[in-house]
Write a new protein. Structure first.
Length: 294
């Protein structure tokens, strides 16, 4: 074997025997709960990669994008692999809490991230208090009407038999209405349920029962009719939201809207499509769990 071929052979041998080198950096940008954090892979001589984000999730992507759902300090580890050889690098990452008040609503159909409005502080603070107490965990969406809304938050629904009437339970108090004209019943709106006007002329909200708007298509004619009936005026942006998303404008100024789904709108569609029985209760229980995003 001539010297040139020997050099090529030795070079290829070293290349095949060389260990991979794990290396990465975290892209500049906001390091906050529920923001997309980009990881830049700078590893050498590796064929496979295994990321451990320190929050119980992993990825085998070359350069993943990840969301952390809770604030705190995390150790992110990248393993670079080549055959049986592996090296790793770890970087500590600090994730800041969200700027706004948000909760995550978990169901078997998927999860929803819900923003709570600062313009309705009594409803916001009450919802956070109950969620922190675990009040909503394992309660049911006990009233589901496709094209209208999905309702839950009745404490009597926990482990309730199918024959049990639901919809009248609560924590033992009501919340004064907080009507804000900028907050409307578009699809995905979070609003407080309440008893009817005859027994509740002040339109006070239930202390725990809420609904998420599924809604129907809304056109310009319906918007104009609603404005005339309620003696109100929608902004161009609100009209656009109704026409693009649909909703239930007839509920505006009647029930307090205090949040909106910012991720997971399709989960509402899935729950709204379930089969229901008497009282619009789903034939198969749809349970929830709500936790505050911190």
């Amino acid at each position: 074997m001539n010297s040139f071929l020997k050099l090529l052979f030795i070079g290829s041998l070293f290349a095949s025997c060389a260990k991979p080198i794990a290396n990465f950096k975290i892209a500049d940008g906001k390091k906050q709960v529920l923001t997309n954090i980009h990881f830049q892979n700078q590893s050498l001589k590796a064929t496979d990669y295994l990321w451990d984000f320190g929050d119980g999730t992993i990825s085998k992507e070359f350069a993943p994008v990840h969301e952390f759902k809770s604030s705190g300090n995390y150790k992110v580890t990248l393993k670079a692999l080549k055959g049986k050889k592996t090296t790793q690098k770890t970087i500590e990452l600090s994730i800041e809490p969200p700027t706004d008040c948000m909760v995550e609503l978990e169901t078997e159909f998927g999860n929803m991230t819900i923003l709570l409005y600062n313009a309705t502080p009594r409803h916001r603070d009450n919802f956070i208090k109950l969620a922190d107490q675990g009040f909503f965990n394992d309660l049911l969406f006990h009233r589901v009407i496709n094209g209208f809304m999905i309702q839950g938050g009745d404490p009597n629904s926990r482990n309730a038999a199918q024959s049990t009437p639901l919809g009248s339970g609560g924590p033992g108090y009501q919340i004064p209405a907080e009507f804000v004209d900028s907050l409307i019943h578009v699809k995905g709106a979070l609003a407080a349920a309440r008893t009817g006007d005859q027994v509740n002329p002040q339109k006070e909200s239930s202390g725990s029962q809420f609904y998420l708007v599924h809604g129907r298509p809304v056109n310009a004619q319906l918007i104009e009719q609603t404005e005339a009936q309620k003696n109100m005026h929608y902004t161009p942006d609100q009209k656009k939201q109704y026409e693009e998303l649909g909703g239930a404008p007839f509920l505006d100024r009647e029930y307090t809207v205090f949040g909106k789904v910012i991720k997971g709108l399709d989960v509402i569609d899935k729950i709204a499509a379930v089969q229901t029985e008497a009282g619009n209760r789903p034939r198969q229980d749809v349970k929830m769990k709500i936790k505050v995003i911190k």
